[in-house]
Write a new protein. Structure first.
Length: 277
C-alpha cells in the first residue's frame, strides 16, 4: 500500500502496468463505462480528534473495481478522468453517495460531516454551485454536512476565480479543506486570505518527521501558523502511535490514517462505528 505513495517508481510501474494490462485507450473506455454505470464506489475514511480518538467526520475516496476483477488505484484513474472530462460526473457521484451515507449515519444517530475531493477546475466552473445545491437539496442534506477538499496546487491556478468561488462556498456554509498541504509551494500567508477552514498536512511530512529534522521543523511551523490563523489543522497518513503522539505534542488537533482506520465501504464503516471505534 505504501509503495503507492512513493512517487516516481510507482507511477512508472503503474503506467506500465495499466498499459500492459489494457492499453491507455482501453482503460479510458472502461472508465467511461464504469462511470456511466455508476460502478465507482465511495469508501469512507474516518477523521478523528487526536486527543481522545473521537470521530469528527469522514473523507470519501473513490474505489474502482475493474470488470476483470482488479482494483485500479485512484492515482491512476482520477488523472485519466480529469484529462478526459469525466471527473465532473465522477465527483458528482461521489458527492451523491456521500449524501446518502450522511443520511444513513444520521438514522443511526451519528451526525458527522463527510468531505469529498474535488478537482480545482470543477469549482471554478460557473454552474458548479447550482449543481451542488440542487444535489444536496434533492438528497435532503444541509450544506454544512459536506466539506470540499481541494489540493494546494489547485489554489495557485486561477487565483481570482478560486477566491471568488471560495467566498460563495463560505456563504453557503460549505467548509473547504486545503488538501496535501505543504507540497504545493504556496504561502500559508496567501492561503490564509482565502475562505478556507482547514489545512490537511500532507502525509509525506508525517512519514518523514522522525527521520528528518527539517521536516519536523516545517511540520511544527505549519501547525503553529495554522493554529494561530484560526484554521483547523489535520494530519494525513498517521500510521503509528508514535506519530500521533508527536503530532499531538506539536499542537495538531485532528488526524486521519491507517492507525485509526483505512477507507471502508459504507457497510464496513457502519460495522466499524458499531464496534465502538
Ligand atoms: P487524498 O485526498 O490526499 O487522500 C488521501 C490518500 O491517502 C488516500 O489514497 C488514502 O487511502 C490514503 N491514506 C490515508 N491514510 C493513509 C495511511 O495511514 N497510510 C497510507 N499509506 N495511505 C493512507 P487514495 O484513496 O488512493 O486516493 C489518492 C488520491 O486520489 C486522493 O488523495 C485524491 O487526491 C484522489 N481522489 C480519491 N478519490 C477521489 C475523488 O472521488 N475525486 C477526486 N477528484 N479525487 C479523488
Ligand atoms: Mg483528500
Ligand atoms: Mg491528501
Ligand atoms: Mg493526495
Amino acid at each position: 500500500e505504501r509503495a503507492k505513495y512513493e512517487g516516481v517508481s510507482y507511477l512508472a510501474f503503474s503506467e506500465t502496468l495499466a498499459t500492459a494490462m489494457f492499453g491507455r485507450y482501453e482503460l479510458l473506455k472502461d472508465l467511461r463505462e464504469a462511470i456511466l454505470n455508476n460502478d465507482i464506489v465511495a469508501y469512507f475514511q474516518p477523521k478523528v480528534s487526536l486527543k481522545d480518538n473521537t470521530l469528527i467526520g469522514f473523507e470519501a475516496l473513490a474505489r474502482w473495481t475493474h470488470k476483470n476483477g482488479s482494483s485500479i488505484p485512484p492515482d491512476q484513474f482520477i488523472v485519466l478522468a480529469e484529462n478526459s472530462g469525466l471527473i465532473d460526473k465522477l465527483d458528482q457521484q461521489m458527492l451523491q453517495q456521500s449524501c446518502k451515507a450522511i443520511n444513513t449515519l444520521k438514522s443511526m444517530g451519528i451526525h458527522v460531516p463527510i468531505s469529498v475531493n474535488v478537482a480545482g477546475n470543477e469549482i471554478i466552473r460557473p454552474n458548479y454551485f447550482d449543481q451542488f445545491k440542487a444535489l444536496l437539496e434533492e438528497e435532503d442534506v444541509p450544506n454544512e454536512m459536506i466539506e470540499l477538499e481541494i489540493t494546494e496546487s489547485q489554489f495557485i491556478k486561477e487565483k481570482s476565480t478560486i477566491n471568488k468561488h471560495l467566498s460563495v462556498l463560505k456563504t453557503l456554509g460549505v467548509r473547504v479543506n486545503i488538501d496535501d498541504f505543504g507540497t504545493g509551494y504556496s504561502s500559508l500567508a496567501y492561503l490564509s486570505t482565502l475562505s478556507v477552514s482547514t489545512i490537511k498536512i500532507d502525509h509525506s511530512f508525517v512519514w518523514r518527521m522522525e527521520e528528518s529534522e527539517k521536516d519536523w521543523q516545517i511540520l511544527k511551523m505549519i501547525i503553529e501558523l495554522g493554529n494561530s490563523l484560526g484554521l483547523n489543522v489535520i494530519a494525513e497518513g498517521i500510521e503509528t502511535e508514535q506519530q500521533k503522539e508527536h503530532l499531538l505534542a506539536l499542537g495538531c488537533g485532528d488526524g486521519q490514517g491507517y492507525l485509526f482506520a483505512k477507507p471502508m465501504s459504507l457497510e464496513d464503516t457502519i460495522n466499524w462505528i458499531q464496534s465502538g471505534l
